[in-house]
Design a protein around this ligand. Structure first.
Ligand SMILES: NC(=O)c1ccc[n+]([C@@H]2O[C@H](COP(=O)([O-])OP(=O)(O)OC[C@H]3O[C@@H](n4cnc5c(N)ncnc54)[C@H](OP(=O)(O)O)[C@@H]3O)[C@@H](O)[C@H]2O)c1
Length: 357
């Protein structure tokens, strides 16, 4: 029998058992499959009925899904703020310099303006490729030094590798005492690439999304989560101003969570390297290679290992317990995943085919 037929049969049988399982009451779904002691199935389902990380944390703890040493060391829930907790008049009354007009800079400038901030200037290099776009969008454009001079809030929206020199040469000499500097990522403060003097507020407003998507959601009346942190509160009003700025980005519609520069930066680097850019790509590569080396057509392998990943991640983000369902099915395949994770040499991952061939 050709392997693909076996795969189809396996897939039919999986679909059949999945449909049967779905028809059971929600509470029974996650217990019908044998759960490993550390399984997060129940917790994930529960969490997906609610929204947001605080709910997820509560659910995972309540279900005992996280192993006990981890549960014991969990930090208290982060404070979460919404539009009604933020005073937009604070940022509206400020002159805001947005330095950089890329993914984040453009979105911040546009969302701030649409939230009623009227005095915005964009800071860019004289030969910047994004200068024309900023002007087309209707913003006055100066150099970073010029935009910083006289600004009440300086939003540093240039790529992180440029922060050290930009700070030293253009922002630090021109930022006025009592002004606030806002970063969208904690890296340069966490690792000392910038060293703000004690006379300025230093705030983190890190929206959890790429710039164009944040803008798209803002225009649709929605928002993304935002991590807020205060590294330095020279004026005593840094937190309120940070909340106001984050709300003007549209994040108050979703949730602004108060944390630290270090937590945002370190977890961001970890997540990026382990899940978003590291783990996911490695997994797709390994699974694709496994199928191809086993003789399956590359096109078919591409569908299964790459193309359909998008469908699953979309499901993961949908309400109605989709994450929990997938997590339950995923528990079944844990052994196969472990085998695959062992490498993509010919010998590794045999167990995966054992089920379908
Ligand atoms: N991208 C995201 O999804 C995302 C998400 C959360 C947080 N962040 C954070 O947001 C910040 C900005 O990242 P980004 O992705 O928006 O950057 P980006 O898309 O690469 O845009 C960088 C912008 O900064 C300008 N620029 C670079 N060097 C400059 C300098 N020395 N002086 C003035 N302008 C300069 C660039 O203009 P020219 O090169 O044309 O001169 C461009 O307009 C970073 O701290 C990043 O970690 C990004």
């Amino acid at each position: 029998m050709p392997p693909i037929r076996h795969l189809r049969q396996a897939s039919d049988s999986l679909t059949h058992s999945y449909s049967a399982w779905r028809s059971r009451p929600i509470v029974a779904r996650c217990t019908v499959l044998k759960r490993r002691p550390d399984s997060a199935s129940g917790a994930s389902s529960f969490a997906n009925r609610m929204s947001g990380p605080a709910a997820f944390r509560k659910a995972t703890t309540a279900f005992g899904a996280i192993s006990s040493p981890m549960t014991e060391t969990l930090s208290p829930p982060l404070p979460v703020f919404h539009e009604q907790d933020c005073d937009l008049s604070l940022i509206r009354a400020r002159r805001v310099a947005v330095i950089g007009y890329g993914s984040q800079g453009r979105t911040h400038a546009l969302n701030l303006r649409d939230s009623g901030v009227t005095d915005i200037v964009v800071g860019l290099r004289a030969d910047s490729g994004t200068r024309a776009l900023a002007q087309e969008d209707g913003f006055p454009v100066e150099t970073a030094a010029g935009a910083t001079r006289g600004a009440d809030v300086v939003a540093v929206m240039v790529s992180d590798e440029a922060h050290r020199d930009l700070w030293r040469e253009e922002i630090a000499p021109n930022v006025r005492p009592g002004a606030a500097v806002i970063f969208a990522h904690g890296l340069s403060v966490r690792f000392g690439l910038v060293t703000p003097g004690p006379e300025i507020d230093v705030i983190l407003a890190s929206p959890k999304g790429i710039g164009p998507r944040i803008r798209e959601l803002y225009e649709a009346g929605e928002g993304v989560f935002c991590l807020l942190g205060v590294h330095q509160d020279a004026t005593g009003a840094a937190r309120a101003l940070g909340l106001s700025y984050a709300a003007a980005l549209g994040c108050g519609r979703k949730g602004i969570l108060e944390t630290t520069f270090a937590a945002e930066c370190e977890s961001d680097l970890f997540g990026e390297q382990v899940v978003l850019c590291g783990g996911t790509v490695e997994l797709v590569d390994a699974a694709f290679m496994k199928l191809v080396e086993a003789g399956y057509p590359a096109e078919v392998a591409w569908f299964e290992c790459f193309y359909e990943l998008k469908l699953v991640t979309d499901l993961l983000h949908r309400p109605h317990l989709q994450y929990g369902r997938i997590r339950c099915l995923s528990d079944r395949a844990a052994g196969d995943r472990r085998a695959l994770a062992g490498g993509h040499g010919r010998g590794a991952g045999r167990g995966s085919f054992g089920r379908v061939r």
